[in-house]
Design a protein around this ligand. Structure first.
Ligand code: SAM
Length: 372
């Protein structure tokens, strides 16, 4: 086992000595499911939210799984799985699919790395219960400190029998059996009359159908943003910024980009719900990788928070670097962040001259002008 695991990397995600590609939850899930996986025929194992491929490749190499179906919300995880498969000679042993009926149809074992958001777990449970085999066993693993009783309750809404294993190395597995197929409740939608906007959200999308306070702060500055022919909503989530931008500027070409599958599906649904489907091009990519260099005039970004103080390059830094790359000289990046984070020096270094545009004790909105 250690041989396979020692070959796995996080790339293209951030790599640092304290960040691992395989964690105790991956190991516990694979150990707990060993006999169940060994009893699966080809195509009967599905994996959800494998971080970097340890679950999928571990199931194949260690327990003989064949034709594994895998859904990963994060594109960096999907890319890392493909790279790790190449590195370990296991390319072609699995298929990457969206979270939907094709992933779960007829599955008899489903391994899940517990997502952060409870609603993300609810959507996974609904999708699996609706399509898996009646004798399916779902194993949801996570760090004990991140697991709550609410997760058992969410699983009980879609499965009749839910139990927990003993913890090992601070990880635990919830086991669900007895699927209760239902109609499924995603994407959800909510009308926001104050903004005259309908927001649609899949389970793993940031802020759900609500509008984040940081997003609201950035929306308050939209009228002050420079005239532009093309704009990018970088890390678009449910696509609120893209939708309001497109609607407020009828000639603007808007791209909404996110690496999360839930986010892009939500942003596309939000665009359609507001009659903006032909105005917003939604793309799933990592840090706007599909957007050409110096291709846009305006970038709006509500970046993710830090992933950890020890990490050299944060997720936000990656997005700022992406904004610098895709902006034309003189183009503007408008961003919002928690006032405690003090991103101004970074923005100035990475993008160009940066000034405060709005501030309250919680949030700071800045505008950075791309230096020539
Ligand atoms: C704080 S949320 C903001 C979402 C949305 N713009 C809003 O204001 O509600 C940050 C978003 O950035 C996305 N994100 C994080 N890292 C990314 C990356 N490397 N490439 C693309 N999107 C990323 C996340 O998936 C998430 O949807």
């Amino acid at each position: 086992m250690s041989d396979l695991f020692s070959l796995l990397r996080r790339a293209p995600d951030v790599e640092a000595p304290e960040l691992v590609a395989v964690d105790a939850t991956d190991r516990l899930l694979l150990d707990t499911a060993a006999d169940l996986i060994a009893g699966c025929g080809p195509g009967e194992l599905a994996v959800v939210d494998d971080a970097y491929g340890a679950l999928t490749l571990g199931a194949v190499a260690l327990h003989g799984a064949q034709d594994v179906r895998v859904s990963q919300d994060l594109l960096v995880g999907e890319l890392a799985l493909a790279l790790n498969a190449g590195r370990t000679g296991l390319t072609g042993t699995f298929r990457s699919l969206p979270l939907g009926p094709e992933l779960a149809a007829g599955a008899r074992v489903v391994l899940v790395q517990a997502p952060k958001a409870l609603e993300a777990l609810r959507e996974i449970a609904e999708v699996v219960a609706a399509a898996a085999a009646p004798d399916v066993t779902v194993l949801v693993g996570g760090r004990v400190k991140h697991m709550t009783h609410a997760m058992n309750d969410v699983l009980r809404d879609s499965f009749t029998d839910v139990s927990a294993t003993l913890a090992r190395q601070k990880s635990r597995v919830l086991v669900a059996r007895g699927p209760r197929p239902g109609a499924g409740s995603f994407p959800r939608s909510q009308r926001h009359p104050d903004l005259d906007l309908t927001v649609c959200a899949h389970g793993a999308a940031f802020a759900g159908t609500k509008i984040d306070v940081g997003t609201r702060a950035l929306l308050g500055s939209i009228d002050r943003m420079r005239p532009a022919a093309t704009a990018l909503d970088l890390g678009c989530g449910t696509g609120v910024l893209a939708a309001v931008l497109a609607r407020s500027r009828p000639d603007l070409e808007v791209i909404a980009a996110d690496q999360s599958a839930a986010a892009v599906a939500s942003a596309a649904a939000t665009a359609a719900a507001n009659g903006l489907a032909d105005r917003i091009r939604v793309v799933r990519d990592d840090a706007a990788a599909t957007v050409p260099d110096a291709g846009v005039d305006l970038v709006v970004c509500n970046p993710p928070f830090h992933v950890g103080a020890a990490v050299v390059t944060t997720a936000a830094d990656r997005l700022f670097a992406a904004a610098a790359r895709v902006l034309r000289p003189g183009g503007e990046l408008w961003t919002v962040y928690n006032s405690a984070l003090r991103y101004k020096p970074t923005l100035t270094r990475v993008v160009g001259p940066t000034s405060g545009a709005a501030q309250n004790p919680k949030f700071t909105v800045t505008v950075s002008q791309r230096r020539p």
